[in-house]
Design a protein around this ligand. Sequence first.
Ligand SMILES: NC(=O)c1ccc[n+]([C@@H]2O[C@H](COP(=O)([O-])OP(=O)(O)OC[C@H]3O[C@@H](n4cnc5c(N)ncnc54)[C@H](O)[C@@H]3O)[C@@H](O)[C@H]2O)c1
Length: 379
Amino acid sequence: MKKVKIGVIGVGGMGSSHCLSAKELNETELVFVCDIDEKVAKTKSKELGVPYFMDYKKAVKSGLCDAVVIATPHWIHPEIGVFAFKNGLHVLSEKPIAVTVADADRMIKAAKDNKRVFAVMFQRRTTSFVKKLKEIVKSGAIGEVTRTLCVDPWYRAQSYYDSGTWRATWAGEGGGVLVNQSPHTIDLFTYIAGLPVKVEAKTRTKLHKIEVEDDVAVSLEYKNGAWGYFYTSTCEPATFYMEIVGDKGKVIANGTDITLYRYSVPVSKFTHQSKVMWASLDVKEEKVKLDKDVPGHKEIMRNFAMAIHKKEKLISPGQEGLNAVEFFNACILSGAKNKPVKIPVNRSEYNSLMKGLIKTSKVKKNVRVQRVTDPKHAK
Ligand SMILES: NC(=O)c1ccc[n+]([C@@H]2O[C@H](COP(=O)([O-])OP(=O)(O)OC[C@H]3O[C@@H](n4cnc5c(N)ncnc54)[C@H](O)[C@@H]3O)[C@@H](O)[C@H]2O)c1
């Protein structure tokens, strides 16, 4: 099988790590690096022994690659993606695929129109943790989902925000924790429990000196009437917690531990059948065993290459990247309006909100540029 020739666009923190994956995998070959920062591009080119570009359009049109990996700041993912699709390339985009739903739509349409493979780097989907949760809910073990809860802290110090001019600004990033850190969790939460149809969010900048939100609490409503709650923040350390509750049981993920609770009878039946005043259901508790994981970023890239060869289904299709964008756009819009917002998000309303917020965005002072990805997520 021929190796898929890959060029990486944006070779800062995360992109550097993708370059190594493309070099190391049997299914791929790294053919160029591209970065608007000449020093970064030259250094990586020398280190990795491949040519460099500073203009993504020249890189895409170079004829050197079959596919590009986009690891630039988020706003520009759709512009580069659409250009790459139109020029016949397959695309693996970093998360989020776009900052706005309208931009995400454009990217998805370009992939479809040009019949190219489109994947998004949601590497958590490769983990046994996510696979088991998905299997449990999909198998019907907990019945129809009646309530959800997800608490998702992503602590960041001020020095993280000071490490890049684009970080945590409306113009540079288009949002805070919802757009940068939380898309991973929003993806797994919506992948497992489905996308709500309505959100009512409180968003604020609580602890950091930044323009965008660092603390978010959201009430959710699903199509079947189920309610949920979602919390994310860069103000709080440890630990991830999720409950998916159904009519026949519930599954609780605490950190990386999963516990499944099975009810003896569905709640909806038992409630009206039992004649005993203090009756309750028997609940059986099971600890869910996890399998060993492979490095997630690399697995997504390997699977992307195999999907290009039509030998595997995508683990993380770019089209499904829209769910996270719908969710966080709805939360930011709801927070700004202080009102509930429906999903799908109104595209033009969201574009107007962003346009206004970008106008308020200021050039950052006290920036100490660092392009280093979180070592915990580098693999
Ligand atoms: N999947 C993950 O685990 C994960 C982890 C970290 C970051 N990310 C994502 O990766 C992306 C990049 O984040 P980062 O932390 O690596 O940022 P970074 O600032 O370290 O690197 C971004 C690089 O893109 C370059 N760049 C900017 N505009 C460009 C353009 N038009 N053409 C070519 N290069 C350009 C910059 O010069 C910089 O070197 C973000 O979208 C982020 O959400 C994903």
